[in-house]
Design a protein around this ligand. Structure first.
Ligand code: FEO
Length: 165
């Protein structure tokens, strides 16, 4: 059975994952409108993954005798100044998500909720991968700079980068 405080922190995490999904969906729609179909595909898929992260939390909370709450969502930005700005914001966002997850893990230890602590380890590992992937993408974009040919290849290859990253 979840304590009320752990339940509340998991519900807050549900909102974080839902907002991430919505944020990346907005980025995907922007990229698609800019003609960057590879980037859009990558971001649509990333948005779906965040929804899966949210669902996994919802199911866990309900299984453990809590009540998962479905949060309202803020409208994400419609426009982004550049492709690099998109991935900078994505990286910053993931760093915040990692902090939130570590906050939940801390609380689990304080409350001696070792079951939820164990469940949250999946998220801790996932964040290591997500941060590394965002860093790899940003490094590539820094190398490319404003080179149009480089950006074309980046858009074509980003899916492989995601698979190998
Ligand atoms: Fe669900 Fe990108 O963290």
């Amino acid at each position: 059975m979840l304590s009320k405080t752990v339940e509340a922190s998991l519900n807050a995490q549900i909102e974080v994952e839902a907002s991430s999904s919505q944020f990346y969906l907005a980025m995907a729609s922007w990229a698609e409108n800019e003609g960057m179909n590879g980037v859009a595909t990558f971001l649509y898929r990333h948005s779906d993954e965040e929804r899966d992260h949210m669902l996994k939390l919802i199911k866990y909370v309900n299984e453990r005798g809590g009540h998962a709450e479905i949060p309202p969502l803020e409208k994400p930005p419609k426009k982004f100044s550049s492709l690099k700005a998109v991935f900078e914001q994505l990286f910053e966002h993931e760093l915040e998500v990692t902090n939130q997850i570590h906050g939940v893990v801390d609380l689990c230890l304080q409350e001696k909720d070792y079951t939820t602590h164990n469940f949250m380890q999946w998220y801790v590992s996932e964040q290591i991968e997500e941060e590394a992937l965002a860093r790899t993408i940003l490094d590539r974009l820094n190398l490319i700079g404003n080179d149009k040919g480089g950006l074309y290849l980046f858009d074509r290859d980003i899916e492989n980068l995601a698979q190998n990253g």
